[in-house]
Design a protein around this ligand. Structure first.
Ligand SMILES: Nc1ncnc2c1ncn2[C@@H]1O[C@H](COP(=O)(O)OP(=O)(O)OP(=O)(O)O)[C@@H](O)[C@H]1O
Ligand SMILES: [Mg+2]
Length: 255
């Protein structure tokens, strides 16, 4: 079982979309996948057509130790694809856990006790480096970073790498960078191309060759509660996510 945090401190860069669609593509080729919605916004949960209610057991309950991970798992409409939903309560976790000892390790401990075995666990992180994201990264083997090619993207990325290294030093020495995926790319935009060239220059083969284009259908899919691969398999965005999942597996030497 490999646990991967999908993270970037910047908001709206495609973390949730990338999490859900890599997971869908992996499940489609027989991998057993668990997505953990670890963002109080709950976008991964609603994008999968599952409502977020305070009554349902959520990633918050798992984090604070009120419930086991296995009790929080729900099935999605897709075979081999399970979810631990989010709850708005997660927003308060940071404050609630302030006095708890070893609070950075709480989620790691909870996931270690999970009896179910998955090939991949993908944690959709919130857009900040708070205690929730730290718990996700401490519980993870690697971090997958979606990046939008826009002004100052490289500075943001450098900061994120510092954060990841700090977590590595302090809490999780074996944490690695899974890769960087360029999202919402516009071919017509020269700035996007320049930034892509810079990111590739500095981060080399850590950057996936597959680039996710901006695609209206991708933006529509969440409101239908479906991953883009199910909503419109043929659109450019869905096809890019299929290629990304394939490249991901090739790099994992599983293809
Ligand atoms: N390739 C794409 N083409 C067009 N729209 C996209 C694409 N990828 C994502 N979007 C849209 O952009 C918005 C932000 O994407 P997403 O929610 O995946 O980002 P995020 O990083 O998870 O955001 P947050 O930081 O708020 O959690 C969403 O409305 C999503 O539907
Ligand atoms: Mg998100």
């Amino acid at each position: 079982m490999k646990i991967i945090s999908v993270a970037n401190r910047k908001g709206g860069v495609g973390k949730t979309t990338t999490t859900i669609n890599i997971a869908t593509a992996l499940a489609a080729i027989d991998k057993r996948v668990l997505v953990i919605d670890f963002d109080p916004q709950g976008n991964a949960t609603t994008s999968l057509g599952i409502s977020k209610s305070r009554e349902q057991i959520s990633s918050y309950d798992v984090l604070v130790g009120a419930h086991r991970a296995s009790e929080a798992i729900v099935k999605t409409e897709l075979p081999r694809f399970d979810l631990i939903p989010s709850s708005p309560d997660l927003a308060a976790a940071e404050v609630e856990l302030v006095d708890v000892s070893e609070r950075e390790y709480m989620f790691k401990k909870a996931l270690q006790k999970m009896p179910q075995s998955y090939d991949y666990v993908l944690i959709d992180c919130p857009p900040s480096l708070n205690l929730i994201t730290i718990n996700a990264m401490v519980a993870s083997d690697s971090v997958l970073v979606p990046l939008q090619c826009e002004f100052l993207a490289l500075e943001g990325l450098a900061d994120l790498m510092k954060n990841i290294n700090a977590i590595k030093r302090n809490f999780n020495p074996t944490l690695t960078l899974q890769g960087i995926v360029l999202t919402m790319f516009s071919k017509q935009n020269n700035l996007s191309k320049m930034i892509e060239a810079d990111v590739r220059k500095y981060f080399g083969n850590k950057v996936y060759e597959t680039v996710i284009p901006r695609c209206v259908r991708v933006a529509e899919a969440p409101s239908y509660g479906k991953p883009i691969l199910i909503y419109d398999f043929k659109c450019t965005g869905a096809q890019a996510y299929v290629r990304l999942a394939k490249e991901f597996l090739i790099r994992e030497k599983e293809f």
